[in-house]
Design a protein around this ligand. Structure first.
Ligand SMILES: [Zn+2]
Length: 443
């Protein structure tokens, strides 16, 4: 795939994936079109066809896709890992707040959100809603409101003269987005059609039924909302920016960039290795969930691909995992936040992340394998270690390595503004990473 086609595909993928649920839905669509077959965890599996691709999802928000081309016991499996979730603001279970005639929604902070950039953005809402229909059956529907329905306005500088030096964000008080101005009284007929609008379940019911009618055809409509997992997102679409189109600016580059990159490498039909892509939810909150990297999802799938414990152990011993999650590029305005010899530059290639205290899973052996893959793919490569006087982040690499026992390298494209509502990465780095992962699946 050429770089322009790849970049446009990446932008489309992020744009249609405002939540982990939507990311998995978008990925299954791409996999289906590439001929991959769906597996259900509760069915009996018979994986026989060499070269046939399969995928399986958990919680609608984590996905594993794989294609076996040769004996697993003899050659193991080349794995790539990423995560589907990104830091965001999630709607609370009883969210309605009516204050000064405005309807607002209470939000919880999901993961390590950089909060300031969430102010003054045009926000929409998406996620999964569970409901009951007229027959008493429980249904689940993904919704995406698409248009900007809310905003968190900043406090004007005139009301906080020290804003640029001292402003802090209180997560409880300062974040509830404003959705609408409520009618002043029952006789206020400027807003007749808004009289019921402070009831969030009532609002959701209409949206869910509009989605059901649009997507499912004859599926019974929802009669009552039971629960929801909804998050706000910025409606500004991803963009290629820079005087010479060097950069991609977008929400959720961490880590949908790696999900898409791994997916494009996997669906390539020239792959000769046994290939697997795992994209887990809940990385941003520690991965310790049924669908997260510390849960049993990947291990369970790998066990089902093996005949017995002996075969499983032999397969794992010959397998490798490339854990792809974004790295911190050295920011020219804050260059002292990096070690002088380890400041990854945007568009100088993917980064191998190492940490002596094993916050990253890379070791000299797995880093060497990745460096050689870069050389074979004719792609530059960089290295990152955190400053010795700063704490190091982590990712799914060490978790997967310790859960499964697979040799792992942590890599990722250098990024600015990680965990902001709009992050920045190098356009070429994403394409480079795709070429290396493709090499990994073919080598
Ligand atoms: Zn990440």
């Amino acid at each position: 795939m050429q770089d322009v086609e790849f970049t446009n595909g990446l932008l489309d993928f992020i744009n249609t994936s405002p939540t982990p649920f939507h990311a998995v839905k978008t990925m299954t669509g791409i996999l289906e079109r590439a001929g991959f077959k769906a597996l259900n965890e509760s069915d009996q599996w018979s994986i026989q066809d060499q070269g046939q691709g399969y995928y399986v999802t958990r919680n609608d928000s984590s996905i594993i896709a794989f294609r076996l081309n040769r004996s697993l016991v003899d050659t193991g499996i080349k794995m790539v890992g990423a995560h589907t979730d990104s830091p965001c603001l999630k709607v609370k279970p009883n969210p309605e707040i009516v204050n000064k005639q405005y309807l607002q929604l209470g939000v919880e902070v999901y993961g390590g959100v950089l909060l300031n950039p969430w102010f003054d953005r045009d926000l929409s809402l998406a996620g999964r809603v569970s409901y009951v229909d007229k027959d008493g059956a429980i249904g689940h529907q993904l919704i995406d409101m698409e248009k900007a329905i809310a905003i968190i306005p900043s406090l004007a500088i005139h009301l906080d003269r020290e804003a640029n030096e001292k402003r802090t964000v209180n997560k409880q008080n300062h974040l509830p987005p404003i959705l609408m101005k409520l009618p002043e009284s029952k006789t206020d007929n400027r807003n007749k059609n808004r009289s019921e609008s402070a009831d969030f379940d009532g609002i959701l019911l209409k949206i869910v039924n509009a989605h059901i009618e649009q997507e499912e055809g004859n599926q019974p409509l929802a009669t009552k909302i039971l629960n929801h997992e909804l998050s706000f997102y910025d409606v500004q679409p991803p963009a290629v920016i820079g005087l010479h189109d060097d950069f991609i600016a977008s929400a959720r580059l961490d880590n949908l960039l790696s999900c898409y990159t791994g997916l494009m490498a996997l669906v390539e039909d020239k792959n000769t290795q046994n290939c697997l892509l795992v994209c887990n939810d809940h990385e941003e909150v520690g991965s310790m969930t049924a669908a997260g990297a510390q849960g049993p999802f990947l291990k369970s799938v790998l066990e089902r691909l093996s005949e017995n414990d002996e075969d499983f152990a032999r397969m794992i011993a010959q397998s490798t995992m490339v854990s792809a999650d974004n790295a911190h590029g050295v920011h020219p305005n804050y260059a002292d936040k990096h070690d002088g010899n380890h400041g990854p530059i945007l568009n100088n290639g993917p980064v191998i992340k190492t940490n002596a205290n094993q916050r990253y899973a890379s070791n000299s052996e797995t880093s060497a394998i990745f460096k050689q893959l870069c050389e074979l793919a004719d792609v530059p490569v960089q290295t990152f270690v955190v400053r010795s006087d700063m704490a190091c982040g982590s990712t799914i690499g060490p978790i997967t390595a310790s859960e499964i026992g697979v040799k792992t390298v942590d890599v990722g494209v250098p990024t600015f503004a990680m965990h902001s509502i709009r992050e920045l990465a190098g356009r070429w780095d994403a394409y480079y990473l795709y070429r290396v992962l493709k090499q990994n699946f073919q080598n």
